[in-house]
Design a protein around this ligand. Structure first.
Ligand SMILES: [Zn+2]
Length: 325
């Protein structure tokens, strides 16, 4: 089939006006001017831009059903209500439907590749069934260091169960969730596990002031919540990025999600470890977390991708809209 469009954007070369993309047996066999395209049946797209599928560098597809459910809450209340709702209300089959709905919505917006952090493990199947490409980073939680081995046992079992479902298009990774839900011991164990299994890592980090306070001072809203649960808190590092480096979590250049609260030293650390960053401007704005230092990150040579985050923290999934922000 020959797809003709007013503009074709190969990305690896300049835009082509009046361009054609030819597909045969699921493979692209020609990209170039319409006038030079090989013969075949035609599909006229008209006044359109034809470009490769977009990559969403950070999603929580299983939470798509939660759109509008968590509005007007402060971040700590939002996290708390999200966790309780996901665990108590949403059954696995609902989470699977929710993830597939999220992928359908993403496809509408041109997203064909996802870096998804997932608690339930359903997104690998959802991506496979919907025919998209992506990595599902299986989340692991546990702020209490005494329970790190239990959390790791659960993670290893889930990864073993899911591993057979990987294909050329979809694969697994590991995601120790965030500094306020992951103990230092769990960071070390999850990083070692990912290295041993050769799985990529992704982590939420340096997102909020409350997170920075918890790590740098052992204080703030997250510290209060952890103390209430009987979990001891103390200073853990100069910054959340410094904490991850000290625990060996940056060794294999993970995907770092958010990186709003990072200073020059952190940016140098991120670059030194060849980490990539998922920049989620709409989610950061919705919570009032601030604006990630995009230009200094890019200036340091860090690879930055755009992410929508979940629709519970961003009411849409449109990477071009994220780019406009
Ligand atoms: Zn997220």
């Amino acid at each position: 089939m020959r797809y003709h469009a007013r503009w074709v954007l190969p990305i690896t070369q300049p835009p082509i006006e009046n361009g054609t993309v030819v597909e045969a047996d699921g493979r692209i066999t020609y990209v170039g001017p319409s006038a030079d395209a090989p013969p075949g049946p035609d599909c006229e797209l008209g006044d359109a831009v034809l470009l490769p599928g977009l990559v969403n560098a950070h999603t929580h597809l299983e939470l798509t059903a939660m759109r509008g459910f968590l509005e007007d809450l402060c971040f700590t209340d939002w996290i708390d209500r999200l966790r309780r709702s996901r665990n108590d209300v949403l059954a696995p089959e609902i989470l699977l439907d929710s993830a597939m709905l999220g992928i359908a919505e993403g496809l509408e917006a041109g997203v064909t590749t996802y870096a998804d952090t997932c608690s339930s493990g359903v997104v690998l199947r959802a991506m496979r069934e919907m025919g998209v490409r992506g990595i599902m980073y299986q989340e692991v939680f546990g702020p209490d260091a005494a329970r790190a081995d239990i959390a790791m046992g659960d993670l290893a079992r889930l990864i073993d169960q899911l591993a057979g479902g990987q294909t050329d298009l979809v694969s697994l990774g590991v995601s120790p969730h965030a500094p306020y839900t992951v103990s230092d011991a769990l960071y070390e164990k999850a990083s070692a596990f990912a290295a041993e299994r050769n799985l990529p890592l992704a982590m939420h980090v340096a997102e909020s002031e409350a997170e920075r306070q918890l790590v740098a001072d052992g204080q703030g809203e997250f510290a209060v919540g952890l103390k209430r649960r009987g979990i001891g808190v103390a200073r853990r590092g100069r910054t959340p990025i410094a904490l991850l480096e000290a625990r060996g979590a940056l060794e294999r250049g993970p995907l770092l999600i958010h990186c709003v609260r990072v200073d020059d030293e952190d940016i140098a650390t991120i670059a030194r470890h060849s980490c990539s960053v998922a920049h989620c401007p709409a989610s950061n704005a919705k919570f009032g977390h601030g604006i990630a230092p995009l230009l200094p990150l890019l200036g340091a040579g860090v690879r930055v991708g755009l992410g929508s985050d979940s629709v519970a923290s961003n009411n849409r999934m449109d990477i071009l809209d994220e780019a406009r922000l």
